[in-house]
Structures are given as C-alpha cells and as structure tokens.
Design a protein around this ligand. Structure first.
Ligand code: ADP
Ligand code: ADP
Length: 231
C-alpha cells in the first residue's frame, strides 16, 4: 500500500530584490508502507526543502503531498503526524530530555500520564538516552542532541518519518550502534521513512530504495544495488 506520495511537487523561493530560486522542480515519488527511502544528492539540490514541505514546515509552490491516500498540503504541521529529526529543528531549551520527548505525546489527545511515561522510557531505552533523561539540551553534546531529536521523531509513532542526516554528529562507534538500532526500529515498527544522507554506507545498510536528486529533480531511483552498481 502506498503510504506517502509526492505528485509534481515544486518549490520556488521568492524574496524581494533577489532572483527566484527553483529549489524543487517537480518531484514524483511513491513510498509504500514501511519503506525506507535514502535521499542523496549534492548540497543545494533541494533535499531539505523537500523534507520541509512534506513536514509542513514550508509552503508548497505546486503539486501535492498525500499521506495514506489523503492530501495533507492544507494541513498544518502538527496535524500531519509526521516525525522529523532535522538539524535545525531545535529541542526546547527549558525542558529536560524526558520533557522534550513527552511534549509531543501530551499534545495529542487521550494520552494519560502513565502511558506517556512508559512510551518515553521505551524509546529512551532504544536510542540509549536513559542516563540523560533529566538533562537539558544545553548540557548535551551534539551527538546526544541528535539522538534526542531522533527519539522525539519516533516517540509519537508517526505515519511518516523524515530524517535529515540523523547520524552526522555521532562518533564512529555511536553511529554504528545507532544505525543498527534504527534498522531494528524500522523493522519492528515499520515506519515509512525518508532518510537524507551523504553516507554511502548508511544508505546501503538502511535503504530499501535510493533516490538521487540533482537541481531540484530526482535523477535516479532504484535499489541500492542498482544505484551503486550502475556505471
Ligand atoms: P539541500 O538540502 O539539498 O542542501 P536545500 O533544499 O537546502 O538543498 O536548498 C535548495 C536550494 O534552495 C538551494 O539553492 C538553497 O540555497 C535554496 N534555499 C533553501 N532554503 C531557502 C530559503 N529559505 N530561501 C531561499 N532559498 C533557499
Ligand atoms: P541544508 O543544506 O541542510 O538545507 P542550509 O545551510 O542550506 O542547510 O540551510 C540552512 C537554513 O538556511 C535553512 O533554514 C534554509 O531554509 C535557509 N537557507 C538556505 N539557503 C538560503 C538562501 N539562499 N536564502 C535564504 N535562506 C536560505
């Protein structure tokens, strides 16, 4: 079943006194339920813009975005049930790690306290945050912040998960562990995921399919085997 579909998705940035930037120039893509797509391409090719439009953090210039068959372009971000872990999508500084994770859950109706605590503990355990649940973001390393962002994206059990370079600040050992955990989470929970990365190993080990973007369009789409084995 198709879970996420992009139809001729476009974005032109216009600001006064500057030439318009056609950041995304017509993307068509269909991800089936539980699929993980690796999104690759050079800096400036439109990867982040694409993710931000899907998340509802950026308006759409043209085209459509469907989640579970329904168009979401007119829904605000908080009504899309899309989990995001972006570099510049900050954690709330006054809240502890546990509170940051609980925040998104409490915003949803029908969650009682015990249920929220259980869910936070479960995800903290999976992403190895148990020792820092009472810390505040300012006191964390960039690798720890990145794991908190990842946990926050996962905690709401989103329909769609969008990850922008989620492992870039981790050291080699942590990256290995977190990558393996991400793979397990993906297999267990079956999120439909787009993962932006420039790490070929990450793409190879995690992605079901890979899309290569260039100048605002998808230039290549296939299995990791097809992409990396093609001349
Ligand atoms: P990537 O994530 O692949 O590096 P981006 O989506 O960030 O690419 O950027 C695509 C293009 O859009 C680039 O030319 C970038 O400079 C431009 N761009 C991104 N965000 C904005 C913005 N808020 N205003 C104007 N131009 C932008
Ligand atoms: P990334 O490559 O991860 O998208 P960028 O450095 O391109 O990161 O963008 C960081 C922030 O700056 C984003 O919020 C983006 O919208 C904004 N931005 C990027 N390019 C431009 C631009 N040409 N004009 C205005 N804002 C921009």
């Amino acid at each position: 079943m198709t879970e996420l579909e992009l139809r001729d998705l476009r974005k032109t940035y216009r600001s006064r006194g500057r030439p318009a930037v056609d950041a995304v120039r017509g993307i068509d893509l269909a991800l089936h339920s539980g699929e993980l797509l690796g999104l690759l391409g050079p800096s400036g090719c439109g990867k982040s813009t694409t993710l931000r439009m899907i998340a509802g953090l950026e308006t759409v210039t043209g085209g459509d975005i469907l989640v579970g068959g329904a168009s979401v372009v007119d829904r605000p971000a908080q009504r899309r049930n899309i989990g995001v872990a972006f570099e510049n999508y900050a954690l709330y500084p006054p809240l502890t790690v546990a509170e940051n994770l609980a925040f998104g859950l409490k915003a949803r109706r029908g969650r009682d306290r015990k249920d929220v605590d259980r869910r936070v503990a479960e995800i903290a355990d999976r992403v190895d945050l148990t020792g820092i649940l009472d810390a505040r973001p300012a006191g964390l390393s960039s690798g720890q912040k990145q794991r908190v962002s990842l946990a926050r994206a996962l905690v709401r059990e989103p329909d769609v998960l969008l990850l922008d370079e989620p492992l870039s600040h981790l050291d080699a050992a942590q990256r290995d562990t977190t990558r393996r955990e991400l793979k397990r989470i993906q297999r267990d929970l079956g999120h439909t995921t787009i993962l932006v990365t420039h790490d070929q190993e990450e793409a190879l080990s995690l992605a079901d399919r890979i899309a290569v973007m260039k100048d605002g369009v998808i230039q290549q789409l296939g299995t990791p085997y097809e992409i990396y084995d093609s001349p």
